[in-house]
Design a protein around this ligand. Structure first.
Ligand SMILES: Cc1cc2nc3c(=O)[nH]c(=O)nc-3n(C[C@H](O)[C@H](O)[C@H](O)COP(=O)(O)O)c2cc1C
Length: 204
């Protein structure tokens, strides 16, 4: 797939058909992640892969509880398209990983944590893992697959870390589901912007 086609085709997918993704595809996708820019050139990134029903159900159990809290909190964004997006996404927070062929849990190393920083460069390792994540999302698209994304909330991240024996100093930025998109699923409208509306030549 041509590069800009991949960029424009990538969407967050939350509904899947029941079709297996191969381990070779997943390895190519993670290799794409590992090619991302790294703040300290060390690429201190690891990936836990969940594939069997048992593995997924065990590690995803905490999503069900937290996403119920998200639903209960009834956060209503004031923008109509965002409301539609939330209304569609929140009830799917568990299923969009449970029903994905693979779930990737990316992990990045941080010695001093990410909450005690004094300037932006203190977040470099966090920024780098998001470069990894974007490469993964694009590589999945290039493979003809889709990807779902969720940020762990509340104690979810710590619970998953404990359950999966993640060593100290590694942080989980998100869950990534990978699978074959259900092409019949509802398409969520997005705001579309073009460079001409966003560029400020010289100054704002
Ligand atoms: C930092 C970040 C956090 C996100 N968190 C979630 C999430 O917790 N649950 C979810 O369903 N989607 C999540 N998304 C996906 C966004 O909802 C999605 O990217 C956005 O609606 C734009 O749609 P698109 O990805 O199809 O272009 C997240 C995306 C980003 C970049």
């Amino acid at each position: 797939m041509e590069f800009y086609e991949v960029i424009n085709k990538r969407r967050t997918i939350r509904d899947w058909i029941d079709m297996e993704v191969s381990t070779e595809q997943i390895e190519r996708i993670i290799d794409a992640g590992l090619a991302a820019p790294s703040n300290d050139h060390m690429r201190r990134w690891e990936f836990i892969l969940l594939h069997t029903d048992e593995e997924k159900e065990r590690a995803l159990q905490f999503i069900a509880e937290s996403s119920k809290k998200q639903t209960d909190s009834q956060y209503i964004p004031d923008d109509e398209k965002t409301q539609m997006c939330y209304g569609y996404a929140i009830p799917r927070q568990y299923a969009m990983f449970r029903n994905a062929s693979f779930v990737i849990i990316p992990l990045f190393q941080t010695i001093h944590g990410i909450y005690n920083v004094t300037d932006l460069s203190g977040l470099n390792n966090f920024a780098s893992i998001w470069c990894v994540i974007e490469n993964i999302l694009l590589a999945a698209t290039a493979e003809g697959l889709g990807a779902s994304l969720r940020i762990p909330t509340n104690e979810e991240s710590e619970n998953v870390r404990g359950l999966l024996n993640v060593p100290d100093h590694y942080v989980m930025p998100c869950y990534i589901g990978i699978g074959y998109p259900d092409e019949n699923a509802k398409k969520i409208q997005q705001h579309i912007y073009h460079a001409k509306e966003k560029i400020h030549y010289g100054n704002w």
